[in-house]
Design a binder for this molecule. Structure first.
Ligand SMILES: Cc1cc2nc3c(=O)[nH]c(=O)nc-3n(C[C@H](O)[C@H](O)[C@H](O)COP(=O)(O)OP(=O)(O)OC[C@H]3O[C@@H](n4cnc5c(N)ncnc54)[C@H](O)[C@@H]3O)c2cc1C
Length: 319
């Protein structure tokens, strides 16, 4: 373990700390090794100080959201992993600053619950996130979204705790949200202000149900996966092609390496056998080997290199 001395790092901070914690149970893939140190900060101040100390001591700091877009290596990860699951990071303030059109959502809040709660209250603006598993911070980092829009469409401002431990607030005008990317600097999303507007609660709930039903009908939502493995590539003519379609046309649906397989329902979903994941015998190495096989096959059949959208965590690699 590369962590210096725990007493040096966090013992005087308002945090809960766990040593050598399996990350498999923290990710949707349900596989992968352990974090040397998993820290649950209880306040923004504790998180900021922790970030500052990690930088001071040269310790890598990673942030874990809902683990819906993560693949952790079998050997796990070094340094510090933080999880924003304390009440302070799951809070949602409706009518933030007294405005119905603004809500402040903290980094660890769950999108699924937020989407439902907004619909219940008759607030529109984030229903495009229906069915996308994410924490607010993970959704913003990835600019998660799909056919009906992305989280970036609703963002008014984002507060980030930088790797130097300083919190900065970025306004809508300073931010760019593109296809599964943002120009937000490295660091931890502490909270974001989201724009919503009043609407009929019945209409809101209907839209959420409709979007969720569409997603369920087109993607294998219950498989142990991280959603789409690859980004849709941009072709030479500037258009974006569906990675799932390229994988399908390359005849790769159903292809298997060990416990990992390409979904027969959706070519861009790589999943692992549920039983192997539950028994702890599923290996990240199989998923990575399958990813490489797909990349090589698609490139040789279509002349296009597809890159991963899923974030890979590996021991010894700087996040
Ligand atoms: C069944 C399924 C369906 C999916 N469908 C979609 C879809 O339709 N559209 C889509 O875009 N995605 C989809 N995904 C992928 C996933 O839902 C999104 O990428 C989501 O944004 C991940 O959020 P998370 O909180 O789980 O992030 P994690 O997976 O925990 O982390 C992803 C990245 O975000 C970073 N991160 C997490 N929290 C923070 C924070 N507070 N501050 C800064 N960085 C942070 C992590 O360090 C990591 O780099 C799907 C995944 C699954 C399993």
């Amino acid at each position: 373990m590369t962590v210096a001395s725990p007493s040096n790092l966090y013992s005087d901070l308002d945090v809960h700390a766990e040593l050598d914690v399996s990350l498999a149970k923290h990710t949707w893939f349900g596989i992968g090794g352990s974090a040397d140190l998993l820290i649950h900060p209880q306040s923004i101040e504790a998180l900021a100080t922790l970030a500052r100390r990690c930088r001071r001591d040269g310790i890598p700091l990673r942030v874990l959201g809902s683990g819906a877009n993560l693949l952790v290596d079998d050997e796990g990860v070094d340094g510090v992993v933080v999880k924003l699951d304390a009440p302070a990071f799951k809070a949602v303030e409706f009518n933030a600053s007294g405005l119905l059109e603004r809500m402040r959502v903290f980094g660890g809040a769950q999108m699924e619950q937020l989407v439902q709660e907004c619909a219940r209250r008759g607030l529109r603006g984030i229903e495009q996130m229906a069915g996308i598993p994410a924490s607010l911070g993970g959704a913003i980092r990835m600019n998660a979204g799909g056919k009906f829009g992305a989280i970036g469409d609703a963002v008014d401002a984002v507060a980030v705790i930088g790797l130097d431990g300083e919190m900065r607030v970025y306004s809508r005008e300073e931010l760019h949200f593109g296809y599964r990317e943002t120009n937000l600097p490295a660091g931890i999303v502490a909270w974001a202000s989201l724009r919503v507007s009043a609407d009929d609660p019945v209409a809101c709930r209907t839209r959420v149900k409709e979007y969720f039903a569409y997603k369920k009908s087109t993607q294998p939502m219950s498989a142990s996966s991280a959603g789409c493995m690859f980004r849709n590539p941009t072709l030479a003519n500037g258009s974006r092609e569906s990675a799932g379609k390229l994988i399908d046309l390359a005849g790769l649906k159903g292809t298997r390496v060990g416990c990992a397989y390409v979904s027969s329902e959706h070519g861009n979903f790589i999943a692992v056998d549920d039983k192997a994941a539950a028994a702890g015998t599923a290996r990240t190495a199989d998923v990575r080997a399958l990813v490489e096989l797909i990349q090589e096959t698609v490139e040789s059949k279509h002349g296009v290199r597809i890159e991963t959208e899923v974030v890979f965590w590996r021991r010894g690699e700087r996040p």
